[in-house]
Design a protein around this ligand. Structure first.
Ligand SMILES: [Zn+2]
Length: 373
């Protein structure tokens, strides 16, 4: 039988010598056998199989210790009596660093350097956990409450993993989908019922930060209902990524109302004055033309309008739909934050508008043309 002596501050490392036949200690630790109650307690606490004490098995130790005390003394006495011993055991076994790490991993607040108070907090925390675990009804109730909370507050993460996804790797991180936790994986179906799965945060960035509402694997548009689910998730876990996402939040009843908002923002932010009616006079071909012109001015690399041309190709095109599309793109561009060459992009936009609308052309300030040309 191995000696039960544990080395101080070594996170539970035990002596490797064999015990002398009539004691539980080896020759060199035999002197501890007369003041050995702490070591016997420790032996129960740590259990025979665990050699090293770390935060992943520490609750197991407490559980073993209190369970064995419970059968000996009854529940209440076990908990109260043994808490002091647990504090003593931990302060003997653990060094400063391990106490810090353990307290941190349990989210315990304590003053740095106050090792004893940290240990006491750890013991109290474990005790609550153990007490709770003695009452399976409470645990069930908590689990039920958590499930209810999740249903009410968290968006549905999609058909995966109940239904297999077409892709088994996340396209953004190049890692297997199965590696992520359930709540990190966002999935949706396309028109043909195929399931696509993504790392939710990366897909959220792709959609909301880079303004790209297309399935990155197929280049087909993602359904609005799915975008809403994703947005809800982002609003809980990655608020900072969710910058002004006007395309999804702003919905106007008519093009006139839309352009009323657009023109007042443009005037407020850039001092460019136009009338909403000038935009509602544009027809579908004018608007397609504006998108084309924009790319001639701004260059192919501009992250604006490009998707919209594709998006329009999927929809039944009519004047109202294309006016709404133009209003959304304009609003998005005018309100955008942190865009490189923002003023240049705005000038390109109005330069393009001026190509198809005389009214707009005549109202533009002279400085605008200096920037575009
Ligand atoms: Zn020994």
């Amino acid at each position: 039988m191995q000696c039960i002596h544990r080395l101080p501050k070594k996170n539970g490392n035990r002596c490797s010598e064999m015990a002398v036949h009539d004691t539980r200690f080896c020759g060199s630790h035999r002197r501890f056998s007369n003041k050995s109650s702490l070591f016997y307690e420790m032996d129960v606490f740590l259990g025979p199989s665990i050699l090293e004490l770390n935060s992943s098995n520490i609750y197991e130790c407490f559980q073993r210790y209190w369970n064995s005390n419970k059968t000996q003394y009854g529940m209440n006495i076990a908990v109260i009596e043994s808490s002091f011993q647990c504090t003593e055991i931990l302060s003997y076994l653990l060094n400063h660093e391990s106490v810090d790490k353990l307290a941190q991993s349990l989210g315990i607040d304590y003053e740095r350097g106050q090792k004893m108070s940290a240990i006491m907090e750890i013991v109290i925390f474990m005790r609550k956990l153990w007490t709770l675990n003695q009452q399976p009804r409470y645990v069930n109730a908590i689990q039920q409450m958590q499930r209810k909370w999740r249903r009410a507050h968290l968006p549905h993460m999609g058909p995966y993993p109940n239904e297999p996804a077409v892709n088994d790797e996340d396209i953004f991180l190049m890692e297997p989908i199965s590696k992520f936790a359930d709540w990190e994986v966002f999935s949706f179906k396309d028109d043909r019922g195929q399931v696509f799965a993504f790392h939710a945060k990366e897909l959220g960035k792709h959609v909301f930060q880079f303004k790209n509402v297309f399935n990155p694997l197929t280049r087909e548009p993602i359904a609005v209902a799915d975008l809403r689910r994703l947005k809800k998730w982002m609003s809980i876990f990655c608020k900072n990524v969710l910058i002004e996402d006007t395309c999804l939040t702003k919905s106007w009843a008519t093009p006139l109302l839309a352009f009323t908002d657009v023109t007042s923002e443009t005037e407020r932010r850039f001092g460019i004055f136009t009338q909403p009616e000038w935009y509602t006079d544009l027809d579908m071909y004018d608007i397609m033309n504006i998108f084309q012109q924009f790319h001639i001015y701004a260059g192919r690399s501009a992250p604006w309008m490009d998707e919209l041309v594709e998006e329009l190709a999927f929809e039944e095109l009519d004047t109202v739909a294309s006016q709404m599309a133009l209003a959304k793109e304009m609003y998005r561009l005018v309100l955008a934050e942190g865009v490189e060459n923002h003023l240049f992009m705005i000038c390109c936009l109005f330069g393009s508008l001026a190509k198809v609308s005389n009214a707009i052309h005549e109202s533009l300030p002279a400085w605008l043309w200096d920037i575009v040309v």
